[in-house]
Design a protein around this ligand. Structure first.
Ligand SMILES: Cc1cc2nc3c(=O)[nH]c(=O)nc-3n(C[C@H](O)[C@H](O)[C@H](O)COP(=O)(O)OP(=O)(O)OC[C@H]3O[C@@H](n4cnc5c(N)ncnc54)[C@H](O)[C@@H]3O)c2cc1C
Length: 497
C-alpha cells in the first residue's frame, strides 16, 4: 500500500522494493461456463498520477516471502542478521529488564540460551505465545469452515502473466490466480465447494479443484512453492504492550486477508513503535512516551478490522454473473495514506486544536484535507537549498530524527532565530531544523539552522497551509507524522516537543 511504500522510502529500501515488486495489474473476471471469455476487467484501485504531496500513490505488489528477504538483507547490511532455527520458549519480566529463553537448533544438539534485554518486541504472529504469556485476550471471531480458503504460490501454464484472473464465486468455487513477480508463477486463493484438506495435501486434487473452478482444462498446474489452508480470523488485543514487552503485527491483530491490510498494518506498528523506543533507550524521552504506542495504534487497527471484515463479508456475496465485484475495490482509505493520530496526547496542533468530542476517523483523512498534527506529513518537491541543488521534504524526513520545519514568512526573522536557539537545546542527532522560505524571499544566512531552503514551487507552503507573512513551525516525527504545528505571531512562547 502507498503508505507502506513511503515507510520503505524512509528506511532506504524503496529502490529495491520497486525493482523487485510490480505495479498493480488489471483483474479479469471470466464468464462461466467456459472460463475464457472476459466478463469484466478492472483495476482493484484506479491507477493515479503521482502528485507533489503524494509521489507514491499507487499500490504495488510484492510477495511476502520476497518482502521478508528484502527486509532481512537490509537488516544484515545494518549489522543485525536474523537468526533462523531459533525459538523463544519462555520469558519473564523483571523490574528493569526482560529475560527470554531461546533454543537454537544445532546440527548435533540444541543450544539453550538466556537473552537479557531492556525491552522485547513480540512479532511472533497470530499463533505466537508472547501475547498469551502476557495474558492479553485476543478478542474477536474465527469464521466458519465454509469461509475457508486455500492459499499458495504455484506455477500455471497457458495463463497470461499480465492479469489477475478470477473465476466463480464462494457459493460454487472461487479461484483467484494473481500473476506474481516471478514469470509463470501465480498466487492462488481458492474457496467454496472444494475439499480444502485434499487440495492442500494432494497435488492432483489441487489441480482438479483449480480446473473445476476455472472450467479451464487447458491450464497446466505445477508444483506449489508453498500452500496452506486458512480460515478467516478477525481478532485484536485491547492493548499492544504490557510492561517491557510490546506486540506488533499479527501477534496483536489478525485480519481477514481481503483488503491487504495485515502485513501493511504490522509494518506501520513497527514504524510507530521504533522511534519511541529509540528515544527512551537513548535517555532522550521518558518511558511514558511508550504508552502512546497502544494509544495511537489501537484505534487505527480497530478501524482497519472493521473495514477488512466488511470487505470480507462482501466477497461472500460476489456472484459469477459479475454482481458484487465492488468487493475487490482497494481504493481510498485502504491505501493507508489517511491514517492519522489526531487524538493522540503526544501531538499538538495550535492552528486546528483537536476537539475531544469530535468523532475519531483514524483511517479517513483523504489527501487534500488541511494537514493537522497527527496526520501523515505530505511530501513537497522543489526545495532549493541555499547552497544550491534541489531536495524535497521526503528526502529531509528520516526515521532517526524529528524534523522541525520553520516556514519563515516575511516578518518572522526574529522568531526564526529564537526558535532555532530553542532547537539547539536538543541533541543534534535527534532533531533536524530546516528553515523554509517562500519563493522569491530574500535569502538570509542563519547559522543555527541545519538546512535553509527556498520553496521554489510553493508546494510546501501550500500543502502545509502556511502564510507568507508569519512563522509557522511544523514538527515532523521520525515516522513521517506531523507531531506539532504552531503558529507564531509577534509573541514567541516556549517550543514544546
Ligand atoms: C492468503 C493471505 C494473503 C494475504 N495478503 C496480504 C496482503 O496482500 N497484504 C497485507 O498487508 N497482508 C496480507 N496478508 C496478511 C499478512 O500475511 C500478515 O498480516 C503478516 O504475515 C503478519 O506478519 P507478522 O510478521 O506479524 O506475523 P507472521 O507472518 O505470522 O510471522 C511471525 C513469525 O514469528 C515466528 N515465530 C512464532 N513464534 C516464535 C517463537 N516462539 N520463536 C521464534 N519465532 C517465532 C514464526 O515462525 C513466523 O516466522 C495475507 C494473509 C494471507 C493468509
Amino acid at each position: 500500500m502507498p503508505r507502506s511504500l513511503e515507510l520503505y522510502h524512509f528506511l532506504g529500501l524503496l529502490p529495491e522494493m520497486l525493482e523487485r515488486g510490480r505495479p498493480l495489474i488489471p483483474t479479469r473476471v471470466y464468464k462461466l461456463p467456459g472460463g475464457n471469455e472476459v466478463l469484466k476487467e478492472f483495476y482493484l484501485a484506479e491507477l493515479k498520477e503521482s502528485t507533489p504531496s503524494t509521489p507514491l500513490i499507487n499500490i504495488r505488489s510484492l510477495g511476502q516471502d520476497r518482502l521478508e528477504k528484502l527486509l532481512q538483507e537490509h537488516l544484515e547490511k545494518l549489522g543485525c542478521p536474523v537468526e533462523f532455527k531459533t525459538t523463544m520458549t519462555d520469558f519473564s519480566q523483571l523490574e528493569d529488564h526482560v529475560e527470554a529463553q531461546i533454543v537454537k537448533s544445532g546440527i548435533d544438539q540444541d543450544i539453550t540460551e538466556t537473552v537479557k534485554c531492556k525491552w522485547m518486541i513480540g512479532a511472533d504472529g497470530a499463533k505466537g505465545s508472547i501475547r498469551k504469556q502476557l495474558g492479553l485476550q485476543f478478542s474477536g471471531e474465527t469464521r466458519g469452515v465454509e469461509q475457508r480458503f486455500v492459499s499458495g504460490d504455484l506455477e500455471v501454464k497457458n495463463l497470461s502473466d499480465e492479469y489477475w484472473h478470477v473465476w466463480g464465486d464462494p457459493m460454487t468455487i472461487l479461484v483467484s490466480l494473481r500473476a506474481t513477480e516471478t514469470p509463470g508463477t501465480f498466487h492462488l486463493i481458492m474457496g467454496g465447494e472444494i475439499d480444502h484438506e485434499k487440495a492442500v495435501s494432494d497435488r492432483e486434487e489441487l489441480a482438479k479443484a483449480v480446473k473445476a473452478g476455472t472450467h479451464r482444462e487447458d491450464l497446466e498446474i505445477g508444483e506449489p512453492t508453498w500452500l496452506y489452508e486458512t480460515t478467516p480470523n478477525i481478532r485484536m488485543t485491547e492493548k499492544f504492550s504490557k510492561g517491557r514487552v510490546f506486540l506488533v503485527g499479527d501477534a496483536c491483530h489478525a485480519h481477514p486477508f481481503f483488503g491487504a491490510q495485515g502485513s501493511n498494518s504490522g509494518v506501520q506498528d513497527a514504524f510507530n513503535l521504533a522511534w519511541k523506543l529509540a528515544l527512551v533507550e537513548k535517555g532522550l524521552a521518558g518511558p511514558s512516551l511508550l504508552s502512546s504506542y497502544t494509544a495511537e495504534r489501537v484505534p487505527v487497527i480497530a478501524e482497519v478490522l472493521k473495514r477488512t471484515t466488511s470487505i470480507h463479508d462482501k466477497t461472500q456475496f460476489m456472484r459469477n454473473d459479475g454482481s458484487g465485484l465492488a468487493a475487490w475495490g482497494r481504493d481510498g482509505p485502504l491505501k493507508m495514506l489517511g491514517i492519522n493520530y489526531r487524538w493522540s496526547s503526544i501531538v499538538l496542533d495550535e492552528r486546528n486544536p483537536y476537539m475531544e468530542n469530535c468523532p475519531q476517523d483514524p483511517y479517513g483523512v483523504e489527501a487534500g484535507d488541511m494537514v493537522r498534527a497527527g496526520d501523515r506529513a505530505p511530501d513537497a518537491p522543489g526545495l532549493v537549498p541555499i547552497e544550491g541543488g534541489e531536495t524535497s521534504l521526503f528526502k529531509i524526513f528520516g526515521p532517526t530524527r524529528h524534523a522541525v520545519l520553520l516556514f519563515a514568512g516575511r516578518d518572522s526573522a526574529e522568531e526564526v532565530v529564537r526558535v532555532l536557539g530553542k532547537i539547539k537545546e536538543y541533541p543534534a542527532d535527534a532533531v533536524r531544523s530546516v528553515v523554509i522560505y517562500p519563493r522569491g524571499a530574500l535569502p538570509e544566512v542563519i547559522d543555527d539552522a541545519d538546512m535553509v531552503v527556498f520553496d521554489s514551487e510553493q508546494h510546501a507552503f501550500v500543502d502545509y497551509c502556511c502564510s507568507d507573512d508569519d512563522l509557522t513551525v511544523v514538527i515532523v516525527r521520525p515516522d513521517g507524522v506531523v507531531g506539532a504545528s504552531r503558529y507564531f505571531r509577534a509573541v514567541f512562547s516556549a517550543l514544546s516537543m
